[in-house]
Design a protein around this ligand. Sequence first.
Ligand code: ZN
Length: 548
Amino acid sequence: MRLRTVAALSALLSTAPAAQAPDLRTRAEITNYEETSTYADITRVIDGLVATSPLVHTESFGKTEEGRDLPLMVIADPKVTTPEAARKLGRPIVYVQANIHSGEVEGKEAVLMLARRLVSGDLRPLTRQLVILIAPDYNADGNEKVDVQNRSAQYGPVAGVGTRENSKGLDLNRDYMKLDSAEARALVGLYNRWDPHVAVDLHTTNGSYHGYHLTYSPILNPNADARLIEFTRERMLAPITEAMLKGHNWRAYYYGNFSRETGRPAGARVDPANPGDVTWRTFDHRPRFGNNYAGLRNRIAILSEAYSYVDFKRRVEVTEDFVEEIWRSVVANGKQIMTLTAQADRVFTAPPTAKPVELGVDIEFRAGPTPVPILVGDVTKVVNPRSGREMLAMTDMAQPVLMPEVGTFAATRSRPMPRGWLIPAASANGRLAGAIERLRWHGIQFREVSAALPVPVERFSIADYTRAPKPFQNRYEARLKGDYDQAQLTVPAGSLFIPANQPLARLAFYLLEPDSDDGLVTWNVIEEGLAAGQTYPIYRVLDAARLK
Ligand SMILES: [Zn+2]
């Protein structure tokens, strides 16, 4: 009897410390992958990591529309708590973001598990070579709205996932330029502060029935520095794809969907024996999407899309492996990544060359020179026991079919970067106040002109202004047509000059040019007075000397 009591007591004592140690498991792990982590689970894991590791700094990078703090982990050895300290280490800074679409949940689970491996597991050596930023729950409000009806065809988690949109109904992956959401404004604040060299954005795709476990995309906008795009494709994504197959047995390739030569969707399923004029087509070049936005900021970006019809546990695994391989690639290419991004920053800050750099205003899809083998797959139906609804599961089929790949974009109409843009004082304080506010949020520099001066400018005469009849993301997408001519403009003191000799010149160009396909006109931020016969209220400066 006494012996038994002692044994029981000692068992209790030996388990006591373990019971007090923080539980660093994700909700997915705790529930055998039936559920996904809530905000409370994420907070528990982050707090546990901070409590048990000297390498983890955590901060809020802003608040959601519903007032939740947006968590950011900064993991490095030695630990860094400020962007200045991170830059002093002289290493690549890599930002990994999950859950921008909070129905696409495996990235959120994967980054928490990766954080554990970084602080106390096999990935620990990476913390001495990189500064790793992890935002596990970007759409934190959407994440709490779990419902089995959200993304119901996705192959788990069976207990449901959050919503695609934020609490205001906005898709955060269309909000990078207009910054209508508190979340997007917080994120560009993070970019301005931490300025990561590489940005990785984790999603799930439920498009065509292909044969890949994960698809990815680099920057697609041709106005980004071409060297960054080529480097990402050739030196990063190509070897990473090989490592995914050889090291982890995953099939990965560039993101796409089956589409007909005409651009018509081909339907999700393609018959490999009779594919017709099918092509493999990527998505969109516009910087409303995060990968393209980061590109306009001269940073490397990789979009990750785990396949919706791979089961949830394996989606977490493939995403985890992909991020690990990206980190390893950044370590292997660290010096070049830092050099290339710094060079991209200097393209417009260096003294102007005789032939100014031109950027596109009309941009179109481009097909590759030769057909490529694309893996055609298929799906089968599985009933979700929680919702009773059908989910789709990837079959073993992965049949290579040669087809054209429409995977890049090129400008069909371009114009040179000006010396800068000028906003007369009256509109700066009036109809363009919202535009100026957005320039500030994006981190674009500008200054006030101190005296009234005549300046040679290009002014845009509006020939046509069209607005979409139906709203998209609570806005009415608009487009201007017209022509520039040269003029002398006398601007009063208090007018604003936005110089092009700054690292964010490409972004400024995209936001400010009147006929941009994703600028401030597109999103009705600049709207008042736009009509045929009128002049666009922002002027291109051809000679900035008089404005100094
Ligand atoms: Zn997504």
